[in-house]
Ligand binder design. Structure first.
Ligand code: C2E
Ligand code: MG
Ligand code: MG
Ligand code: MG
Length: 279
């Protein structure tokens, strides 16, 4: 009896697993299609100067609308894209789209903001990623300083050597590199020695807890000092209220990003914002 129950449990488990595997495969297929059929788009979340609220740049954030299921969260489809290797094609789409958007803004006579793009380690590991990216920007006649590449250390830890080499090449060409979600990985501090960085982004978990717990506040303060000492640009992520913004400014943080200032917005909305701050 017990044996039979056990077998049934396994059978049920098998069915459940295969349904999950099948759903995942279908979603992956839909994502593959989306790359070519206009299902992807970019949102832009402004980054502001804390001292005067001026927008100095934005982060490009990928959005996917499934034809039946509607919007799918990046926290669902980015890991899926990483697992299946689709992230390389998707990353290339994001780069082309970012360049096209910058060119459209240039044609409209707008002062170009710096755009940060999230990069997967799998992209870094492509043969001559730095050369590919340099040629891409040249083909659009865009200054490569307009771009900032956001990477996370959790990604880097997987195949460190190759990724670090690729980052060194990017830096040698003059690309800006930001360490995203800083403070959440296992070896944050040692990465500061290995990585050719221009920017640190303090993870939003510290910002959120800053007013509640002294340890988070102390971590934020320490990262701000660290960035100063190392002459790195610093962006606080996930600033959601006035108190946090004020506190960060008092501590000497220069740049911020978060719902308190702006949510990620569609391209046309961000274009309007640029036009308003240009005039
Ligand atoms: P991330 O790079 O750390 O991006 C910041 C995330 O925090 C975004 O989520 C943004 O909408 C959200 N956020 C911004 N301000 C606030 C705030 O004040 N409060 C809260 N609670 N959240 C805030 P999103 O757009 O869902 O993206 C999630 C992650 O997906 C990104 O985290 C990034 O790791 C990844 N991702 C997004 N676009 C791309 C892409 O084009 N390529 C790759 N490889 N990854 C991407
Ligand atoms: Mg990011
Ligand atoms: Mg982040
Ligand atoms: Mg993140």
């Amino acid at each position: 009896e017990a044996k039979k129950a056990g077998r049934d449990t396994f059978r049920f488990f098998d069915q459940k697993m295969s349904r999950e595997a099948r759903d995942k495969l279908q979603l992956e297929q839909a994502l593959r299609t989306a790359i070519r059929s206009g299902g992807l788009s970019l949102n832009f979340q402004p980054k502001v100067d804390l001292s005067n609220g001026q927008v100095f740049g934005a982060e490009a954030l990928l959005r996917w609308t499934h034809p039946e299921m509607g919007p799918i969260s990046p926290s669902v489809f980015i890991p899926l894209a990483e697992d299946s290797g689709l992230i390389v094609d998707i990353g290339s789409w994001v780069m082309h789209k970012t360049c096209e958007t910058l060119v459209a803004w240039r044609k409209a006579g707008l002062a170009l903001p710096r755009i940060a793009v999230n990069i997967s380690v799998q992209q870094l590991e492509q043969d001559d990623f730095a050369g590919w990216l340099e040629e891409l920007l040249a083909s659009y006649q865009l200054d490569l300083q307009l771009l900032e590449l956001e990477i996370t250390e959790t990604g880097l830890m997987k195949n460190e050597k190759r990724a670090l080499l690729s980052l060194a090449r990017l830096q040698a060409k003059g690309f800006r590199i930001a360490l995203d979600d800083f403070g959440t990985g296992y070896s944050s501090l040692s990465y500061l020695r290995k990585l050719p960085l221009s920017t640190l982004k303090i993870d939003r978990s510290f910002i959120q807890d800053m007013s509640l717990d002294r340890v988070s506040l102390s971590i934020v303060n320490t990262i701000i000092q660290l960035a100063k000492d190392l002459s790195l640009d610093l962006v606080a992520e996930g600033v959601e209220d006035f108190g946090q913004a004020e506190q960060l400014m008092k501590l000497g943080c220069q740049h911020a990003q978060g719902f308190h200032f702006y949510r990620p917005m569609a391209e046309d909305k961000f274009t309007q914002l640029l036009a308003a701050s240009n005039s």
